[in-house]
Design a binder for this molecule. Structure first.
Ligand code: B12
Length: 251
């Protein structure tokens, strides 16, 4: 029987559990990424902050083939980023994160059984890590554009102390002269390769009490963001949906 390496076994497992693609990088390749606060939304951590002793970063791509993958369910107390004191209790679930955490756990468990410390993380800068792992480029929407499914993917990483074989960074630009994502945004949140966070309807929906959202954006969000129930909504994904790259009837 052919001896396969840990890297090959792990990549095969990622495929078996349902990830569309997988790439690997190492901390030294990711030193210049945009770590730190992203507006009021989150603070991006480095792989080393997330797992001291990390030797490899595995980036996993999950294909989101239907609009419903952008479903978010918040507890009624949720008032948006930065407005909660630490003792306040609230919950917020985003469907692809729940799916990806389950799938990524299989990879974590496999590596732990091989004797390596491992954990999944959604807190590192996933798009720029994915580019370094050879999985796609950053598009004009600022999203990761993959050759297989365009931007219609969600991302999660697994950090491990195992030393794995790394992939070459993605070098091509897939957007060319296309500007469909920029023109499709109803609130004009996009300029090619950059976003004004407060104009994005996803930010508006996720921050119902934020004063930095203009009345116009708030009004558009109330009108256009789909709400299947009182405490849930389907995050706007027009910039993902219009992208022609890798389109096979998804979204
Ligand atoms: C903060 C955040 C948001 C914020 C801010 C968005 C943003 N672009 O930063 C808000 C709430 C608005 C948001 C909205 C959405 N998000 Co969001 N978000 C994130 C988060 C947590 C961090 C993003 C980040 O790194 N920001 C930091 C800034 C510095 O990055 P940036 O805007 O990309 O800026 C870069 C470019 O401007 C670039 N640049 C500048 N000039 C040029 C020129 C060229 C030529 C190039 C190539 C690049 C370039 O350099 C900057 C630094 O790298 C990630 C999860 C994670 N942990 O990474 C998810 C994530 C990016 N979001 C995701 C999704 C799906 C969405 C939405 C579609 C909502 C939805 N339906 O779920 C929208 C899309 C809006 C958009 N077009 O970006 C996915 C994206 C998947 C993909 N294909 O890339 C992620 C990765 C979540 C996940 N785990 O899958 N999001």
């Amino acid at each position: 029987m052919k001896m396969t390496s840990l890297t090959e076994n792990l990549k095969q497992l990622a495929q078996e559990v349902g990830f569309a693609s997988v790439g690997i990088s190492k901390p030294e390749m990711l030193e210049d990424l945009p770590y730190g606060p992203v507006g009021k939304v989150t603070t991006l951590k480095s792989p080393v902050q997330e797992l001291p002793g990390v030797k490899s970063i595995i980036l996993l791509v999950f294909h989101t083939w239907d609009k419903i993958f952008s479903l978010s369910v918040d507890s009624p107390e949720w008032r948006g980023y930065g407005l909660h004191s630490p003792e306040e209790k609230f919950e917020s679930y985003y469907l692809p994160y729940e799916i990806m955490k389950n799938k990524a756990w299989e990879i974590v468990d496999f590596l732990r059984r091989e004797g390596y410390e491992s954990k999944y993380s959604l807190r590192i800068p996933l798009k720029t890590t994915a580019i370094n792992c050879g999985l796609g480029c950053q598009g004009k929407s600022t999203l990761l554009i993959t050759p297989g499914h365009g931007p219609r993917v969600n991302l999660i990483s697994v950090l491990t102390t195992a030393e794995l074989e790394i992939d070459a960074p993605f070098a091509a630009n897939l957007c060319g002269n296309c500007n469909l994502c920029v023109t499709a945004c109803p609130t004009k949140a996009l300029d090619p390769y950059s976003i004004t966070i407060e104009k994005c309807m996803t930010y508006s929906a996720e921050s119902p009490c934020s004063s930095d959202v203009s009345p116009h954006v708030r009004e558009m969000e109330k009108k256009l963001v789909l709400r299947p129930s009182k405490n849930s909504y389907i995050e706007c994904a027009r910039c993902m949906e219009v992208c022609p790259i890798g389109k096979k009837g998804d979204s």
